[in-house]
Design a protein around this ligand. Structure first.
Ligand SMILES: Cc1cc2nc3c(=O)[nH]c(=O)nc-3n(C[C@H](O)[C@H](O)[C@H](O)COP(=O)(O)OP(=O)(O)OC[C@H]3O[C@@H](n4cnc5c(N)ncnc54)[C@H](O)[C@@H]3O)c2cc1C
Length: 390
């Protein structure tokens, strides 16, 4: 049986970032993913300035490689449309921050390739994890065609994490989970000159929103998100609702008059970071969506997935130095994640609660027009600026 120090399950932003950050650790790392890259991931594809900031903190020239990636579009503003259809554009470049939109098929592939630059990493892409079992001195990971052993296993396997389900029994909490839909279009008209990403807060979706994000090649990422507890209560047909907004909503329908859908509407879940969870235990850590670290207001999770990979790398190196892989020691990982993120996640949760009411939502976005402090809070809520997180 092949032996590794660390087995990372999932080579999305969380798992690939961890592998990148372990490149000089001297540890033998298995990077396992059920897909072969490039692979798609249902997402809004927004690469917030916080993502760019995180890439800049990683080794192997990761930010430079991202800047050289041509499959992205630069966005210089965020447009918020309130329930009463007032649009507020908050500019980004005034503060020297850069946001992008890049299809996940390209962005994730770029990050995964960065991870493979490290000699420490053995690539197990295209291999489904079947089962994990623990022994006194490690974990045994049953893949489709072989078994491997490791001292630690890392769950970076997304919203439906098999690593999490193996070690923990935590039912989905609909108050802290969101349903999301995406459909790629071409030829949507009416984007602003500075490629604003647009968030439309329509009454029927609050505190969620409908989005239209520009993409390279005259394409657009179009979608919506709605809190799962609201879906359970109101029981809307979300795919129908998204299509109705595109076809009939007075605020957007003209922009889709000559547009063509490039795929069927697709859906995926977003585990929100609006409540604290246990995200480690004996011989395992959870990262990114497996640890439920998505911004509960904006639905963005890439930056925190990368951040959790960076924090996990430091923790794992210390664990190997001390020979400690037990749950009590691994609690330090949970503490560090929430020390960095909890202030912001909580603030964003409060804003999400405030945005549930259309009148309050109108008011917040109206205030944001002239008030620098409200602008800061709104931009922080949408991961453009960071008030707390490192
Ligand atoms: C509709 C929607 C819109 C979103 N929009 C945005 C946005 O615009 N910006 C943003 O920042 N965030 C957005 N998010 C959130 C973002 O997609 C996630 O937070 C991010 O992908 C988390 O990264 P991750 O590495 O934790 O997980 P993932 O990106 O999901 O990666 C997990 C990896 O694990 C692999 N895997 C899963 N199970 C197994 C298994 N059993 N064996 C082997 N491999 C396995 C998968 O193939 C995958 O490659 C959106 C999410 C949704 C659903």
């Amino acid at each position: 049986m092949k032996k590794f120090d660390v087995a990372i399950v999932g080579a999305g932003p969380a798992g690939s970032s961890l592998a990148i950050c372990l490149h000089k650790s001297g540890l033998k790392v298995a990077l396992i993913d059920k897909s072969t890259f490039p692979r798609d991931k249902i997402c809004g594809d927004a690469i917030s300035p916080d993502v760019v900031n995180q890439l800049g903190k990683m080794p192997l020239g990761t930010k430079e490689a991202f800047m050289a990636l041509d499959k992205k579009i630069w966005c210089n503003a965020v447009r918020f449309v309130s329930p009463n259809y007032h649009a507020v554009d908050l500019k980004l470049n005034e503060e020297g921050v850069n946001g992008y939109v890049s299809p996940r098929i390209d962005f994730d592939s770029f990050l995964y390739k960065q991870a493979l630059l490290s000699d420490a990493v053995k690539d197990f892409s295209g291999t489904i994890l079947k089962e994990i079992s623990t022994s006194i001195d490690g974990v045994c990971i049953q893949l489709e065609s072989e078994s491997i052993e490791a001292k630690m296993v890392i769950g970076a396997d997304g919203a439906h994490s098999i690593v999490k389900r193996t070690f923990m029994d935590e039912p989905m909490d609909k108050d802290h989970y969101c349903a999301g839909l995406r459909v790629y279009y071409e030829n949507v008209s009416g984007f602003s000159d500075d490629n604003a990403v647009e968030l439309h807060f329509y009454n029927e979706l609050l505190p969620g929103y409908f989005w239209v994000f520009p993409l390279p090649g005259n394409r657009a990422n179009v979608g919506l998100g709605m809190l799962s507890s609201f879906v359970a209560k109101k029981k809307p047909n979300l795919k129908k609702l998204l299509q109705e907004i595109i076809d009939t909503h007075p605020n957007v329908k003209n922009r889709f008059a000559n547009a063509k859908a490039l795929e069927q509407i697709q859906g995926f879940g977003l585990p929100l970071g609006s409540k604290k969870r246990v995200i480690s235990g004996d011989r395992f850590l959870l990262l990114g969506d497996a640890a439920s670290l998505i911004n509960p207001l904006s639905g963005e999770g890439i930056a925190n997935a990368i951040r959790s990979g960076r924090v996990a790398a430091d923790h794992i190196i210390t664990a190997f130095n001390l020979g400690r892989f037990d749950a009590q020691f691994n609690e330090a990982y949970d503490k560090e994640i929430y020390r960095r993120l909890w202030g912001e996640l909580r603030l964003n949760y409060w804003m999400q609660i405030a945005m549930r009411n259309p009148a309050r939502c109108n008011l917040i976005l109206k205030w944001a027009i002239g008030n620098k402090l409200v602008q800061e809070a709104v931009l922080s809520g949408f991961s453009v600026k960071k008030m707390f997180a490192k």
